[in-house]
Write a protein that binds this ligand. Sequence first.
Ligand code: HEM
Length: 395
Amino acid sequence: MELLFSSQQWLALLPPIILCILLFSYVYIILWLRPERLRQKLRSQGVRGPKPSFLFGNIPEMRRIQQLAKSAHEQEAGSTDMFSSNYVATLFPYFLHWSRVYGSIYLYSTGSIQVLNVTDPNMVKELANCKSLDLGKPCYLQKERGALLGMGILTSNGDLWVHQRKVIAPELFMERVKGMVNLMMEAAMSMLNSWKNEVEDRGGSAEIVVDEFLRTFSADVISRACKEIFIKIRQLQKAMAKQSMLIGVPGSRYISETTHETLRLYPPASFVAREALNDMKLGGIDIPKGTNIWIPIAMAHRDPSVWGPSADKFDPDRFANGIAGACKPPHMYMPFGVGVRTCAGQNLAMVELKVVLSLLLSKFEFKLSPNYVHCPAFRLTIEPGKGVPLIFREL
Ligand code: HEM
């Protein structure tokens, strides 16, 4: 039989064939063999989870569950109290489903990323207490969100993170934040004055979509603070006086409880995300290098075994005796994350919220606009899907 190709033609075909074999081996080793070995190590210790497909892990199943949840939600629309409704069921229905099937620690895959999903209070405590630099921020954050976050404090690990944390965190300690209260008031007053003008222009009552303003408010405070730090004209003493004024605001305790409850049911950050940067042990499990460990914050915040049977209900009174009185164990309340990587700006954020709410309550009467549509959306953070229009009237 005559050969179909001459030897010269075979030679010409060789490089693309070798390239294809190399490519296939790379895809197979990186995207299947390595993740499968990691999964196997965890499975052999009793960690269960949905079976991943080749290349795409559990993404097809996640899409399918999401689709089912979407149609079920459309049928049920309007049948529940909107603020208490559990949006995890619509935004992340697969987590609810898998936690029912596999419990409070399970493994799933998004292809190249293997995630140990954790809501078990003991494991969360271990994670919170772990100070080892072997536990860091997931590497994919730098790869995929590098353009947004760079190599900054949010995504860096090891010595680079230690250095940045040492520089940034002290600038946001409570003593420093107290010194920023008057800056916050200036920024808040400038925002509220623009609302006041709007209300006056519209004959005493106006609808204002507040979330856009509030997003820029924090940036405004930080830029004012940076300017002030630079020229050092604000005195801590003066600021302490402002702080005691804030404590004197009528109802400030209730503002605090309402803020806690809002951050419980609607935590802006959806996950505490970590990666084992080396093989390590956590909660009695040998965690192989490369495993992502995620705590879905909104799920931990609605766990009835931690918060009681009214876990889904909006009830600021649950915080009347502080966080320890509201949930057991208290480390399950984590709107600002957990452990050494906990939010460095939480003091600033909480004081800002109190300043804005206090000033708002002292100047305006407001209610939710009938145009408000309750549809929390996941866009890196959880936020109102269609804005928050409020009707304002001056007091
Ligand atoms: C309500 C407002 C805020 C919420 C809910 C929030 C929440 C969070 C969460 C969940 C994390 C990750 C923690 C972890 O992985 O365990 C974080 C990290 C961080 N946040 Fe916030 N944050 C808020 C406001 C702020 C503000 C106003 C600043 C600064 C001005 C700030 C600075 C930081 C920094 C620097 C980190 C990285 C800490 C590290 O990795 O060492 N945050 N935040």
